[in-house]
Design a protein around this ligand. Structure first.
Ligand SMILES: *[C@@H]1O[C@H](CO)[C@@H](O)[C@H](O)[C@H]1NC(C)=O
Ligand SMILES: *[C@@H]1O[C@H](CO)[C@@H](O)[C@H](O)[C@H]1NC(C)=O
Length: 305
């Protein structure tokens, strides 16, 4: 007689084979059921990511120095370090970092907050993501901390995910306190995204040394890769696009990423997890969140049998 364990293994292989035969399951692009608190705490994961990445890159110090209670005992990030930024970019990223501290404070005051998840901000982790985005191994490996352009490219996806996440969240919030908090968060995330895109746009035709890829081309590859991982259609556009993606189909300048009516795109929590995990699956942690994100929404996916 087969032991229960053997039977489980057999069923697992069977379902694996069925799903292989049937092809990848269709991605979940629809709305989710969640409370305001869960939705805002989901976003807190991204705020932790931004706070640590920006603060440590600009000042060499992270949340545990500025607001040690905010992490609620969560582990410190792996691999973040001071980046070699020029004066202008350094001042801007430092300010962004302090803004993220404020965002976390406001979220903690409103919802109680979650524990900081483990973040992997290692240069190698970004290098892997960039290799996937361009479709081959960059030599030498892409280093986000090497200079201002590299850091801006590494940041290109980050406030943007906050932005599309908040746009996706607001219609489902029921409380006016939640809505006013998230409106305020959205405004600043959108501003940060616009600043990063503008700084890159100014350098659009420059080669990102030592690669033979321009800044514009990198942004297009990063956006395409984000769309591939996140699924559910085009929700991210690079800085120079075909006319059909430009504002009113009249320009290929694309300093802001937006839909056919120039409205910001929205992503669901699952779509965001597929990108920040770098796995294309909200069930499989990895990438920037090696142990997965915290809070009820992300944990529900992680613990799904
Ligand atoms: C929410 O609504 C209540 C009751 O209408 C009101 O007293 C309060 O000021 C509102 N809060 C915000 C943040 O708008
Ligand atoms: C621009 O092109 C897209 C895709 O072909 C189309 O959906 C959209 O309606 C066009 N917009 C305008 C203003 O013509």
């Amino acid at each position: 007689m087969a032991s229960p364990r053997l039977l489980c293994a057999f069923l697992f292989i069977l379902t694996l084979e069925v799903s292989l035969v049937m092809g990848a399951p269709t991605p979940d692009c629809g709305p989710i059921q969640a409370s305001d608190t869960d939705r805002i705490q989901f976003a807190e994961n991204l705020e932790f990511l931004e706070a640590e990445f920006f603060l440590r890159a600009a000042t060499g110090r992270g949340l545990d120095y500025y607001e040690p209670s905010f992490a609620k005992g969560g582990p410190p990030p792996i691999g973040a370090k001071k980046a070699n930024l020029d004066l202008l970019v350094g001042r801007i990223i430092e300010e962004f970092g302090y803004e993220e501290i404020g965002h976390l404070r406001a979220i903690i005051r409103t919802t109680g907050g979650i524990q900081r998840p483990l973040l992997n901000l290692n240069a190698q982790n970004f290098a892997n993501y960039f290799d996937q985005a361009v479709g081959y191994k960059l030599i030498p490996p892409f280093d986000p901390y090497a200079n201002s352009i590299n850091f801006l490219l590494a940041s290109y996806t980050i406030p943007y995910l906050g932005l599309v996440g908040y746009v996706g969240t607001i219609p489902f919030l029921t409380g006016n306190t939640s809505r006013s908090l998230v409106a305020g968060l959205l405004g600043v995330e959108a501003g940060q995204d616009a600043v990063i895109r503008t700084l890159l746009y100014e350098r659009g035709d420059l080669l990102v040394l030592p690669y033979k890829i321009t800044v514009n081309e990198f942004t297009n590859r990063l956006s395409e890769y984000g769309n591939k991982l996140g699924m559910c259609g085009i929700k991210d556009e690079g800085l120079k696009v075909p006319l059909y993606l430009g504002a009113e189909n009249r320009t290929n300048s694309n300093i802001l990423s937006a839909d056919a009516n120039s409205l910001s795109y929205a992503r669901t929590p699952a779509g965001i997890l597929r990108i920040v995990y770098g796995t294309g699956s909200e069930y499989k942690p990895g990438g920037l969140f090696p142990n997965g994100a915290n809070g009820n929404i992300a944990q529900r996916y992680l613990h799904k049998p």
